[in-house]
Design a protein around this ligand. Sequence first.
Ligand code: SAM
Length: 263
Amino acid sequence: MTEHYQHRARKRFGQNFLHDAGVIHRILRAIHALPGEHVLEIGPGQGALTEGLLSSGARLDVIELDKDLIPLLNLKYGSNPQFSLNQGDALKFDFSRLGAEPHSLRVVGNLPYNISTPLIFHLLDNAGLIRDMHFMLQKEVVERLAAEPGGGDWGRLSIMVQYHCRVEHLFNVGPGAFSPPPKVDSAIVRLVPHTVLPHPAKDHRLLEQVVREAFNQRRKTLRNTLKTLLSAAQIEAAGVDGSKRPEQLDLASFVRLADQLAN
Ligand code: SAM
């Protein structure tokens, strides 16, 4: 059907369409959707992943922002009773509308790179509905998501996402797999929300505040960067060495600092 339909990829929607069949299969294998499951695809585009997701027998909701792609998606998949098309902005989408059971929704997307971080945070606000997420992202972003303390990639994104999720960097994808090719390398990441948080904070907004403040000046010591929030005594009471720099601290230490702020 696509041969009768020419869609010009739009930069402002972050459109880089997957065309490498080998990469598409590898992504679908990693997701491994099954009949009876409920999958949400963000940004189906021209359907590169949609096709295989639907043929798995799973129920599939998609959210696509570009109005011009809606007729094509309807034409290709609209007659399938397992398929629901939502036109709109995934950043503003109310995921509770999907009627998903707790910890059931499987979220998938070759995401527009400009919205990937805010979208992940929007999804994490609904983490209780989600079983797992598989995303194609800029490789650097995946490296930050999957980072460990001690290195330059460890920062606000790693900590806030790892607070909610187990993160797996699955594999890298070169620009040639897309049309048009992006200027950067990409990678597939799997995020699995914890059913029980390993390091629950008393108030996760305070954790966000401490982490943001600490990494505002990542070269400085914690004693220095956190002085408007926590006294040296409070930092010590959290069992944290104030002479360390933020990138040396693990998630559990940040949670203890946030809990000092809550006291
Ligand atoms: N999944 C397709 C593929 O792999 O070929 C398309 C991927 S393309 C990188 C990103 C898709 O997300 C485009 O179809 C774009 O129109 C759509 N998109 C961009 N911003 C969006 C938003 N805020 N909400 C939903 N979809 C969006």
